[in-house]
Design a protein around this ligand. Structure first.
Ligand SMILES: [Zn+2]
Length: 448
């Protein structure tokens, strides 16, 4: 009889608990006393709650349901029906890991043999879930008619579960369950008082969500000098829930900052973030430092014959055939490291983008920036020209990676994410939808 064996196990569990109680210092007695109390309560009261409801460090048995099964069949069915995918019938013994626990101490406490634990760890080799048990993880134990461990359930958070089932030969097989959960969009609006993360938190955002937002906009905004008390912000965030409980996963869908000094926005589209105008927020390079494509009159070529001298001279850049006065744009964010008039290169600008990348723009007619100036991607830095040794009006553009010239047209660089023109309307629709939801939220907040 199954029930009888479990009762035996529980009897031994109680005697262990009582023995331990008499030997342990007071704080532990209190905890174990609670554990025993919970067990007693659940033995006498039919308990409909799931394994999740067990407090850390407390064992709970669902034996009461077994004993009363014939009395209340409807209730038992009710439990089964209301169970979500990750919530199976309560295991015979449930336990929530608490600080200081190891699998060994927990298994010892339940009189489960060490060889059984080793078999379990063997099965865990391909999952590696059990070597990192942490406070809050939930464990479930089911036993066979001989009282041996037949099933072990490991659950971390609301979305992850591994079930280990013992096979005929005593080895365990495992199955992983990952709950996708549903995402719900929430709109949060508020005003700045103090720093942005704390202002967002006060308005109902989670601090991790707030930090995600500041990291998204860090290239566009200075979160000290651009903030003013009373500035408004709206956040659209999708949060993951399983059985109405937040799993800890959030996706920032949109953020609008409406400040006295700065107005900024960020919208998720196709896996990347853009401002409301569809400009990428991700730090990247433009492939071409011009407003549109022009004919390439001479490509990057390490073995080129120089068109004027006829000598073999590598051509370390790409020449674009552009009329004098064409706007030249910074290929990426950076600091101007040179503005020089050179005998052959003519007037040229060099930008240091970070440790890795430098770009150079040669034969210019006018420079709009000074050495040491900060520039951002797409910023107009010069007008093209025909200065220095040049065979005609053109822009010579060079990209250097760790100070080595590379072909700027083909080199693997962080290229700007742009929204394809056929997806542009979809993006605009999405932004409009989020903005109208934000406006609704704002109107609601003003009424209150
Ligand atoms: Zn050139």
């Amino acid at each position: 009889m199954k029930t009888g064996n479990i009762t035996l196990r529980l009897k031994s569990f109680f005697s262990t608990a009582i023995t331990l109680l008499s030997h342990l210092p007071t704080p532990h007695r209190v905890v174990l006393g609670c554990a025993s109390l919970i067990l007693l309560v659940s033995l006498t009261v039919s308990d409909n709650s799931s394994a999740v409801a067990v407090a850390p460090g407390q064992f709970r048995s669902n034996l009461a349901i077994d004993l009363q099964e014939s009395d209340a069949p409807d209730a038992a069915e009710g439990i089964a029906n209301s169970s979500a995918p990750l919530k199976d019938p309560d295991p015979e013994i449930s336990y929530v890991v608490q600080k200081g626990d190891t699998l060994s101490t927990i298994f010892d406490f339940l009189h489960i043999s060490q060889p059984t634990l080793y078999k379990l760890m063997e099965a865990d080799l391909n999952v590696l879930a059990l070597d990192t048990i942490q406070p809050g993880h939930q464990l479930g134990f089911n036993f066979d008619s001989e009282g041996a461990l037949a099933q072990f359930i490991f659950r971390s958070g609301l979305t992850y579960k591994v079930v280990f089932d013992r096979g005929e030969k005593g080895d365990f097989e495992y199955e992983e369950f990952i709950e996708k959960g549903g995402y719900r969009r929430e709109i949060i609006s508020g005003t700045v008082e103090g720093d942005l993360p704390r202002s967002m938190k006060r308005a109902g955002a989670r601090i991790a969500e707030a930090y995600q937002v500041t990291s998204l906009l860090k290239e566009r905004m200075n979160f000290r000098s651009h903030l003013r008390a009373g500035d408004r912000f709206e956040l659209a965030v999708s949060r993951q829930y399983v059985n109405d409980e937040y799993t800890g996963n959030s996706i920032i869908e949109g953020f609008v900052y409406d400040g006295v000094i700065r107005k900024q926005s960020a919208f998720l589209f196709d896996g990347s973030y853009f401002d409301a105008d569809g400009e990428s927020l991700e730090k990247a390079f433009q492939r071409i430092p011009l407003q549109r494509k022009y004919r390439i009159s001479s490509s990057f070529n390490p073995k080129r014959k120089h068109p004027v001298t006829g000598l073999i001279r590598p051509h370390n850049g790409t020449d674009f055939s552009v009329p004098i006065g064409t706007p030249v744009l910074a290929a990426g964010d950076g600091v101007v490291s040179r503005v020089i008039k050179h005998r052959y290169a003519g007037l040229y600008i060099e930008i240091q983008h970070n440790q890795k990348y430098k770009t150079r723009y040669l034969h210019l007619s006018k420079a709009y920036v000074r050495k040491g100036q900060k520039v951002s991607r797409g910023q107009k830095i010069a007008a093209s020209g025909n200065s220095g040794r040049s065979t005609g009006a053109h822009l010579h553009y060079e990209l250097r990676v760790h100070d080595r010239p590379v072909n700027a047209m083909t080199a693997p660089i962080p290229v700007v994410q742009t929204i394809a023109s056929k997806k542009r309307n979809l993006f605009k629709q999405q932004v409009a939808e989020l903005k109208s939801q934000m406006a609704e939220q704002l109107a609601l907040a003003k009424k209150q």
